[in-house]
Design a protein around this ligand. Structure first.
Ligand SMILES: Nc1ncnc2c1ncn2[C@@H]1O[C@H](COP(=O)(O)OP(=O)(O)OP(=O)(O)O)[C@@H](O)[C@H]1O
Ligand SMILES: [Mg+2]
Length: 294
């Protein structure tokens, strides 16, 4: 139906022949197949642990659809994506959890703790205040909006270099999108760690199509690659004491840190650049036009 140009991988909103509407991530995108593997593994783990995450489907995509696409870049992406792609149920009317939305929301510390815990376990580097990959939905009608997780393509960073994968590696949580809600990560760890069993992990990695699990040096078959995911995540969950995020910086501490960074950037600028709006801590897309008006 339309390309989602706000996403780095240019996913498409697609109507499928089951009449469902899905956000489809394409195998031909620059992020590659590993991003889709991470989407399946982390998303299904989130769901198994009781977090809200839209339904995933495998989508057979016919690249002929690209013939009607006016943008060359999107056309190339579609042409490179014949066969199986990944679809996520489209949440109509959902809103991105931006800092502006976050400022008028409250999030339960245990819910925040569970999400931070999942991100730390799966080393998700893309759930920051600048790019939360969280949505609130529904936003129309009488039901209260709730937090939904999306976009786990940047999680499981260890699968880009298996030989250096360290299950005890610390997780950088300082700019996590939910840090301001005093996440109760200790309660989340006590509740969730025992639930991430080898059996659960095996069931989840079995959902990843073989075609996305090929070409891994030293791991000759999809079965061996699946075992590597299970072993690493199981070792990591048992090592939670080594990576459990605690001691989140307060809002004031983060603001002070941002202000210091902004001042340093300003200092390094020539005088003719000093009036350029400072984007420290703000969304990259310009929203405050007042800087140009007076
Ligand atoms: N299931 C969904 N329902 C409604 N809107 C969605 C859904 N999934 C994604 N979106 C919208 O599309 C945007 C891009 O999606 P997503 O973050 O998954 O793509 P991406 O290409 O991985 O992005 P990036 O790498 O830039 O973060 C989201 O910020 C959100 O606004
Ligand atoms: Mg995203």
């Amino acid at each position: 139906m339309t390309p989602l140009r706000s996403g780095g991988s240019v996913p498409g909103v697609v109507e499928a022949d089951d009449l469902g509407t899905y956000v489809v991530k394409f195998t031909g995108s620059a992020q590659g197949r590993k991003a889709l593997v991470a989407e399946v593994v982390v998303g299904e783990l989130a769901r198994a642990l009781g977090l809200r995450f839209p339904e995933l489907v495998l989508v057979h995509f016919d690249p002929e659809i690209a013939d009607g696409e006016p943008h060359q870049e999107v056309r190339d992406l579609h042409r490179a994506s014949a066969g199986l792609n990944l679809g996520m149920d489209y949440l109509p009317g959902a809103q991105d959890f931006t800092p502006e939305v976050a400022a008028r929301c409250t999030v339960d510390p245990l819910e925040a703790g569970r999400i931070v815990w999942l991100d730390a376990l799966t080393v998700n580097v893309d759930r920051t205040v600048h790019s939360s990959n969280l949505m609130i939905w529904p936003t129309l009608g009488v039901a209260p909006p709730r937090l939904w997780l999306i976009d786990h393509g940047a999680a499981l960073v260890f699968h880009h270099r298996w030989d250096g994968a360290d299950p005890t590696k610390a997780y950088d949580f300082r700019h996590h999108a939910l840090g301001r809600y005093t996440p109760d990560t200790r309660a989340a760890d006590a509740e969730l760690a025992p639930r991430v069993t080898e059996e659960l992990l095996r069931r989840i990695v079995a959902e990843v199509p073989d075609a996305w699990l090929a070409g891994e040096p030293g791991l000759a078959t999809p079965a061996l690659i699946r075992e590597a995911y299970v072993d690493h995540l199981h070792a990591r969950v048992r090592a939670s004491a080594a990576w459990l995020p605690t001691d989140f910086p307060s809002g004031e501490e983060l603001a002070a840190e941002e202000a210091r960074r902004a001042a340093k950037t300003q200092q390094g600028r020539p005088s003719w650049l000093k009036r350029v709006p400072d984007l420290h801590g703000k969304p990259a897309a310009e929203q405050d036009w007042s800087v140009h008006l007076g």
